[in-house]
Every structure is written in structure tokens, then in C-alpha cells.
Design a protein around this ligand. Structure first.
Ligand code: FES
Length: 124
């Protein structure tokens, strides 16, 4: 499994801003993605709502609900579990976020994928 640098864990806190980055598949399609911290762990997903294929954040990096317990789509309010991406309510109708496998080495986060490349990151 190849690892590709996403960025630093600096500033990633539960309920705080996530780290946005882009991935590219073998066909050359570039897709927005993000990492958040939840319950002392880091989780990454494609930035694509299960309802309509739009990005979730209402401002760049703002994914969490006010209580820090859900990820919310700004368009119609679909809610997702931060640790699984499962649809927890609203118009995602059971369609969760697509998780990305990541790993941590020290203060750096890496995408673990043989099929996706990290092509842009907003930090680190
Ligand atoms: S597009 Fe996300 S809830 Fe409708």
C-alpha cells in the first residue's frame, strides 16, 4: 500500500475545522476530500454528500455540527457520523460518506491508497 502525504495534524480538533485536500484517481478525475479529528482519531472522506454530489462544508473546512458530534451538509442538512461517515439523519437517505483510508506518522497524516493520489492539500 502506498502512502501519500496529506498534511499535518496541527490545528485539527474535534468540532474544529477539517483539512481539505484533493485526490485523483487513475482516470485523472480530481475529487475533493477532507480529514477531521473525532474522539482522538482522524478520519477522511470524499467531500461529497450522499444526497446530491456537492461538497459538505458551508465555509472551507467547516464540517461539524455545533456540538461537534456530526458532520453536516450545508446544502440541506444531512448529518453523518464523524467516525464512520454513516448517514445519521436528513436527506442522505442511508447513503453515507465514502471513507478514505489514512494513517498517522508522528504529526503527519497520509492517504493509504494504491489507486488515488493526493494532488492538492491546503496545509502541511
Ligand atoms: S446536498 Fe447535502 S443534504 Fe442535500
Amino acid at each position: 500500500m502506498q502512502t501519500k502525504l496529506i498534511g499535518s495534524t496541527d490545528g485539527l480538533e474535534q468540532g474544529g475545522k477539517g483539512l481539505r485536500f484533493d485526490v485523483k484517481n487513475a482516470s485523472g478525475d480530481v475529487m475533493p476530500a477532507f480529514v477531521i479529528r473525532y474522539d482522538s482519531q482522524y478520519f477522511a472522506y470524499l467531500n461529497k454528500c450522499g444526497h446530491i454530489a456537492v461538497q459538505l462544508d458551508y465555509m472551507p473546512g467547516e464540517f461539524f455540527s455545533d456540538d461537534g458530534e456530526s458532520l453536516i451538509c450545508a446544502t440541506h442538512g444531512a448529518e453523518y457520523a464523524p467516525d464512520t461517515g454513516a448517514c445519521n439523519g436528513g436527506p442522505c437517505y442511508g447513503i453515507g460518506l465514502e471513507p478514505l483510508k489514512i494513517s498517522q506518522q508522528g504529526e503527519q497524516l497520509f492517504l493509504d491508497s494504491d489507486s488515488l493520489d493526493v494532488v492538492k492539500t491546503e496545509a502541511g
